[in-house]
Design a protein around this ligand. Structure first.
Ligand SMILES: Cc1ncc(COP(=O)(O)O)c(C=O)c1O
Length: 392
C-alpha cells in the first residue's frame, strides 16, 4: 500500500525514540524473565487506600473532578507538603493535581518554557526528561553526575548556566542512581538559580524512599527559592500505585494558572474516585512512611548482596528504588550494555534496563545496567538465584 505523502508522523516525534524501559518490560514478559526493569512494585497497594477507592466508586464519584484537583486531595497535598517538605502550600493557590508526575512534568514545561530556552538536566537522567524538552520546544543542556558516587562538579554546573537558561531540572531522590541531593548541593544550585534568574523544576516522586537515615530536602524550602521552584510528586511510588495515575505539582502562584490551563487541555483531570482515595492515603500516619522506608531498605540489601556476590560494581543507593551496576566483569569484549541486558533477560533470566537509555550519548552508559528493587522479597530472591547461577 502506498502511503499518502503528507500523512506522516510529526517532525517532533522523530526526535525521540520509544521508551527502552517499557520495552524491557515487554521483553521480560516474552522471555519469562524476572522483571527488575521498569520501576513499578509487584506488590499490593495499601489496603486502606484500596478500600477508600471502592467507597468512592460506590458513592458514584464517577464524573470529572475539578480540573486542577478534587478539593480534598488538594488540601491533603497542601498539608503534607507544608509539613514534610517545609514548603508553605495553599490548596487553592499552589496545588495542581495531574495524571501522575509524568503529566505534571510536561504540563509545567509547556507552561513555563519557550522555544530556544535551555533546560539544565543532570545526566544520567530519567528517560522522560529529554522528550519532555522536545515536546515543549526547549533545548536540554546536560551536566554530568559522576559515578560511582554520582556527585556533580561545581564548575561544570556553573558553566552550564547562561543567558538562555530558563530552568534546571532536579530529581531527588534520583532515578536511576539512588543519589539524594544534600543540603550543600541544593544550596549551591539555589544560589545559581537566584543569580541567573532560573526556575527549578524538581521531581521528588521518591521523596519518602530513603535509606540509612538520609533526609529528603526540597529546594523550594531554601531561602529565595519559593517563588522560583515547581515541586512535583505523586502517588505512584510512595503508595505503590503507578497505575492510578495521580500526581501533583506545587507552583508559585504566578505560574499556577498557566500550568492548570495546559493540564486542562492535556487531560482535563485525574481519575475522580482515585483522587478521593489519594486524599485519605496522604493522611496516613507516620508509621506508614517509616515502614515503607524500612522495607525498601531490606529489599535494597537483598539485591545489593546478590550484585556484590556476583561481581557487579555498585554504589549503595541512598534513596529511590534502583541500583546502577557496572557490568565490566561480565560483559564480553565489545558487548554493549543493551546486548548484555538482552542476554541476561533471555530464557527466564533477569530483565534490567541498559545504562545507555539514561544518557544523551548512549556510549556513556555502555558499561552499566539498572536494576529496580521495588519487588516482593520472593521476586528479589528469585532474581538473586538466577544471577548467582548464571554469573558467579
Ligand atoms: C524520576 C521519576 N519521575 C516520574 C516518574 C513517573 O511518575 P508517575 O507514575 O507519577 O507519572 C518516574 C517513574 O519511574 C520516575 O522515576
Amino acid at each position: 500500500m502506498t502511503k499518502p505523502s503528507r500523512i506522516q508522523p510529526s517532525d517532533r516525534t522523530a526526535r525521540f525514540t520509544e521508551s527502552v524501559i517499557r520495552e524491557m518490560s515487554r521483553i521480560a514478559a516474552r522471555e519469562g524473565s524476572v522483571n527488575l526493569a521498569q520501576g513499578f512494585p509487584d506488590f499490593a497497594a495499601p489496603a486502606a487506600m484500596k478500600a477508600s477507592a471502592s467507597v468512592a466508586i460506590e458513592a458514584d464519584i464517577n464524573q470529572y473532578a475539578v480540573t486542577w484537583g478534587a478539593p480534598r486531595l488538594r488540601e491533603a497535598v497542601a498539608k503534607r507538603t507544608s509539613d514534610y517538605n517545609s514548603i508553605p502550600t495553599s490548596a487553592d493557590a499552589h496545588v495542581t493535581v495531574t495524571c501522575g508526575a509524568t503529566e505534571a512534568m510536561i504540563a509545567v514545561m509547556m507552561a513555563t518554557l519557550n522555544p530556544g530556552d535551555e533546560v539544565i538536566i543532570f545526566e544520567p537522567f530519567y528517560e522522560n526528561y529529554g522528550p519532555d524538552c522536545t515536546l515543549s520546544g526547549a533545548t536540554p543542556r546536560f551536566v554530568r553526575l559522576h559515578g560511582p558516587e554520582w556527585g556533580f562538579d561545581r564548575a561544570e554546573v556553573a558553566a552550564a548556566f547562561g543567558p538562555r537558561t530558563k530552568a534546571i531540572l532536579i530529581n531527588t531522590p534520583h532515578n536511576p542512581t539512588g543519589k539524594v541531593f544534600d543540603r550543600d548541593e541544593l544550596a549551591f544550585l539555589a544560589d545559581l538559580c537566584i543569580r541567573f534568574d532560573v526556575l527549578a523544576i524538581t521531581d521528588e516522586i521518591y521523596e519518602y524512599i530513603l535509606f540509612d537515615g538520609t533526609k529528603h530536602l526540597s529546594i523550594a524550602s531554601f531561602p529565595g527559592m519559593l517563588d522560583r521552584t515547581v515541586t512535583i510528586s505523586g502517588l505512584s511510588k510512595t503508595w505503590s500505585a503507578t497505575g492510578w495515575r495521580i500526581g501533583w505539582c506545587i507552583s508559585p502562584e504566578h505560574l499556577t494558572g498557566a500550568i492548570r490551563k495546559v493540564h486542562d487541555f492535556l487531560t482535563v483531570g485525574a481519575p475522580a474516585p482515585l483522587q478521593e482515595a489519594a486524599a485519605d492515603a496522604l493522611a496516613f500516619d507516620v508509621s506508614y512512611f517509616d515502614k515503607l522506608r524500612e522495607t525498601y531498605q531490606k529489599r535494597r540489601d537483598v539485591l545489593v548482596s546478590a550484585l556484590i556476590d556476583t561481581g557487579f560494581q555498585i554504589a549503595l543507593p541512598k534513596g529511590a528504588y534502583y541500583i546502577m551496576a557496572g557490568i565490566q566483569k561480565h560483559a564480553k569484549p565489545g558487548q554493549t550494555d543493551t546486548e548484555f541486558a538482552m542476554a541476561l533477560a533471555a530464557d527466564g533470566g533477569v530483565a534490567t534496563v541498559p545504562g545507555s537509555s539514561f544518557f544523551a550519548n548512549p556510549k556513556d552508559g555502555n558499561s552499566i545496567i539498572r536494576f529496580c528493587f521495588a519487588k516482593r522479597f520472593e521476586t528479589l530472591e528469585a532474581a538473586a538465584a538466577i544471577l548467582r547461577a548464571r554469573l558467579r
